[in-house]
Design a protein around this ligand. Sequence first.
Ligand code: ADP
Ligand code: ASP
Ligand code: MG
Length: 468
Amino acid sequence: MLVLKFGGTSVANAEAIRQLISIVGAKDASERKIVVVSAMSKVTDLLITLYQKASAHDPAYQEVIQTLETKHMQAIEELVPMSQQIEIKGKIKLILRELEDVTKGVYLLDELSDSTRARVMAYGELLSSALVSVALQHHGLPNVLLDSREYIQTDANFLNAKVNLKETYRRMQNQLPEASLMVAPGFISRSAEGKTTVLGRGGSDYTASLYAAAMQADLLEIWSDVDGMYTTDPRKAAAAYSIEELSYEEAMELAYFGAKVLYPPTIAPLVAAKIPLVLKNTFNPSHKGTLISATPAPSAQHVKGISCIDHMAVLTVSGSGMVGVPGVAMRLFKAVATENINIYFITQSSSEQSITLGLAEADGQKAVQAISQEFADDMAQGLLNPVSLETPMSIVALVGNGMIKQPGIAGKAFSLLGDNEINIRAIAQGATERIISVVLSTQDAHRAVNLLHDRFFLPVKETEEAFA
Ligand code: ADP
Ligand code: ASP
Ligand code: MG
């Protein structure tokens, strides 16, 4: 079994879908395949605009539905022979009428719950999968269209649903059709109560890895618009280049700290089953891309990649009342966890006078409130200072298995930033030594990424090229 996932840009228009068809068509016909697709590029954002407009009583929501219709119809007209367009056009129209009904409800009733948001967002993948399935069919690749909601069961956290792996795998293993080629929408799932949920923005990668793990696939291929995982975000550093191989852990860290090309939860299901993952470029299919596996080829590179997440906040709790008092950290983390806030970064000063957390900027105020409430008495007594919150901050992370037990890397990174007058707000090194992360002001982040990239990657690239 082979699972192939195509992202938004890979199904953005007829031309991209033709590329997809040629990639799928070039595979060994005797191997069973599942093709997982994202919504067409920008469609999920359009769906968000759609429910926002409807809930704001803006009748212009209808124009958004019109835009969606035009986008999908145009692709059909270019991909499906004229005489056979009626059926698929009818199907797309039907899906859009359903979407219109849901949106009208939002417009009329002023009701916009997360459940409704998820329901609206799901239409992007429902539309694109129907389109891609028919396009493959008309290019000699008959297939069965699946509805991933029938298989992926989650909790009721509608927009960032947590998957019930056991039930999901059971359903996939027992209920998937026998077909040799299947097409499935990414991103969408269903709660145990039967309501549509979604797996978080970028979640189609995760859908594909769930199918791959359940079916013990030989390989998962994720097709996007870049030649794999780059040494750093190619939008931030022009010198970035594709990494040949990574371990699961390295890929997970890079993804978690901002490498958008891979949705962070994607790796976990693959690890237990040891399923390799290749990141490939739909628009440059002959490039090898990046292979992610349990046993990557040894590399001379200590640092394999640099990630950066923006829109972060740094929250600091400090005060003499923290010194030697057990349980402060526990209360702090509990207060934050109760609000369902994800912590990216923790450091504690050795004198125990302060604890610093890195979290998403959007969660900043909520975290401050939760912590201020938990420590209200301590603050009233002057044992703790008011919580401080700094934004906009970024986290820059150096990742590589080769950093383990390799002295000097952190020193090089910090002195480089210091020499360039970039102030490091906090530093953390994971106990595994696979990652060193620094928090700095967003206005310095771009420059920091480029300086670090030049320092750790350019010499290697130049040497490789000299010997090529
Ligand atoms: P898809 O729609 O195919 O899922 P995404 O937009 O989610 O694609 O991810 C691909 C994009 O991720 C690339 O176009 C690139 O700009 C961005 N990106 C950020 N960091 C990295 C990185 N380290 N390596 C490769 N791409 C990255
Ligand atoms: N369409 C969804 C999004 O834009 C999921 C995905 O593309 O992976 O977030
Ligand atoms: Mg993506």
